[in-house]
Design a protein. Sequence first.
Length: 132
Amino acid sequence: MDAAHGDPRPTERPGDACRTRVVLDIVGDKWSLLVVRNLRNGPRRFTELKRAIDGISQRMLTVTLRSLERDGILTRTVHEVMPPHVSYELTEMGITLREATAPLLEWSVAHLARIDDARAAYDARTDTTVVS
């Protein structure tokens, strides 16, 4: 059933399944969900995000913020104060993305130690040291 027949979901058009992969690639990159998570409590400045996201470079944060802004996930606001500063905030769509991905991020944190242990065990079993 589609939206015209009472189903609240939008009608799927040919090619939508392939296009979904494009969106998943964007929000599933290494940094996007961490940015979205760090905007959960409201607007933040670039430097606050940079400090909060361990390991992200200034360039990669800039690229990620621009991509998320382009996709309608967040907004960029220039504040006309001295000195001027910029803040970033989730849009309505960004808030729904945060809500949808929060369980995944929580799962990740809860299982980090087990994943580290599994990787170490796997690496120990498959150590391919060359023997001459």
